[in-house]
Design a protein around this ligand. Structure first.
Ligand code: NAD
Length: 349
């Protein structure tokens, strides 16, 4: 099986690639333009394997994408290349429109050209899996039931609106041209190699430096958390077993308010870090509240019963076990993190 992973140097893409390379049946090509969000170090060991190659490609460039797809002849394409940080999308929406919408369009068009020209046998195996987010559904009241695959699209931020647009394009390429696509909408991920700008690594790393832990507004916003390796496993399950044209919600049924989440991190950090910075007794002392993000969604929650019932996927980590693994990883690797450049493994000193 020949597999392309776009965005394979990013947080979730690299977790997927690290899993795929362990199976010698897969020959993998990562295409990634290496934006600020990428971390090639996350593929350091995987790149030693003979079944993985890397190509620096920007998905906003149709010619590059078309050439890579036709030269490599993939059976599967996982599309994870995206601009992903909500705060950045509020300040600078343009790259979100270009990568998430135009980039997805380029991948669909190039895939369609490639797929239309291959043998009937290879055509039957081909799958294009578009990885999306629960944020396309907007937000939920406390009383509402979690998002299902039938929930209405009501994106709130430039990020989620650009992801929603790309989801519509993917469905249209199936409906109009029969391209064999699948979609997944996942809840918030956490785990090793996540960038410092996202909530969980930010809090862990600020604890290690004894810095204040900023929480937007009251911290009552609710997010549903999934360990990144469970997500990677779900993506493989969907591309190999999922029904063409369908979408699958992926989540671990793990809703937490931001404030409770930060408190849980502090409590584990209190156990793990015996010599605390700046003479504090508990990391809980560092929590502060800051102005809320504009348009901040109140609650996301995912109903993942479809992927569980139809494809037999279940998360293998509990929130506590996943969080402990994540904290251990960041504590072990904190010396390699360049805080200024928001990068892992590229510290200049
Ligand atoms: P990330 O920001 O960590 O990584 C994105 C990767 O895409 C980077 O390696 C970057 O270099 C690459 N990229 C960006 N623009 C590109 C372009 N124009 N051409 C080629 N490569 C480009 O993102 P992530 O957190 O790993 O998310 C991956 C996917 O999963 C995204 O589609 C995101 O919407 C979705 N998702 C993420 C989460 C989450 O919690 N992180 C939750 C649900 C869904």
């Amino acid at each position: 099986m020949k597999v392309i992973v776009t965005g394979g140097a990013g947080f979730i893409g690299s977790a997927l690639v690290r899993k795929l390379v362990t199976n010698s049946d897969y020959e993998i090509l990562v295409i990634d333009s290496l934006t600020y969000a990428s971390q090639l170090l996350s593929l350091e060991h995987a790149l030693e394997e003979t079944n993985l190659t890397f190509s620096k490609v920007d998905i906003t460039n149709f010619d590059q994408v078309n050439e890579e797809i036709s030269n490599f002849s993939p059976d599967f394409i996982f599309n994870l290349a995206a601009e992903t940080h909500v705060d950045r999308s509020i300040d600078f929406p343009e790259p979100f429109i270009k990568t998430n919408i135009i980039g997805t369009f380029n991948l669909l068009q190039a895939s369609l050209i490639y797929w239309s020209g291959i043998s009937e046998e290879k055509k039957k195996d081909f799958r294009f899996l578009h990885v999306s987010t629960d944020e396309v559904f907007g937000d939920l009241d406390l009383e509402s039931t979690p998002f299902t695959e039938e929930s209405k699209y009501e994106p709130s931020s430039p990020y989620s609106a650009s992801k929603a647009s790309s989801d519509h394009l993917v469905r249209a390429w199936h409906r109009t041209y029969n391209l064999p696509v699948l979609l997944t909408n996942c809840s918030n991920n956490y785990g090793p190699f996540q960038l410092y700008e996202k909530l969980i690594p930010l809090i862990i790393l600020k604890c290690l430096r004894g810095e204040k832990l900023p929480i937007y507004g009251s911290g009552s916003q609710i997010r549903d958390w999934l360990y990144v390796e469970d997500h990677a496993e779900a993506l493989i399950r969907v591309i190999t077993k999922g029904k063409i044209g369908e979408s699958y919600n992926i989540g671990a049924n793990c809703e937490k308010t931001n404030l409770d989440l930060v408190k849980e991190i502090c409590k584990i950090m209190d156990e793990v870090i015996l010599e605390k910075p700046k003479n504090i007794k508990s990391f809980l002392e560092l929590i502060i509240h800051v102005d809320d993000r504009p348009g901040h969604d109140k609650r996301y929650a995912i109903d993942s019963s479809k992927i569980q019932d139809e494809l037999g996927w279940y998360p293998s980590e509990t929130f506590d076990s996943g969080l402990r693994k994540t904290i251990s990883w960041f504590v072990e690797n904190s010396d390699n993190i360049d805080y200024e450049a928001n990068r892992i493994g590229l510290r200049s000193s």
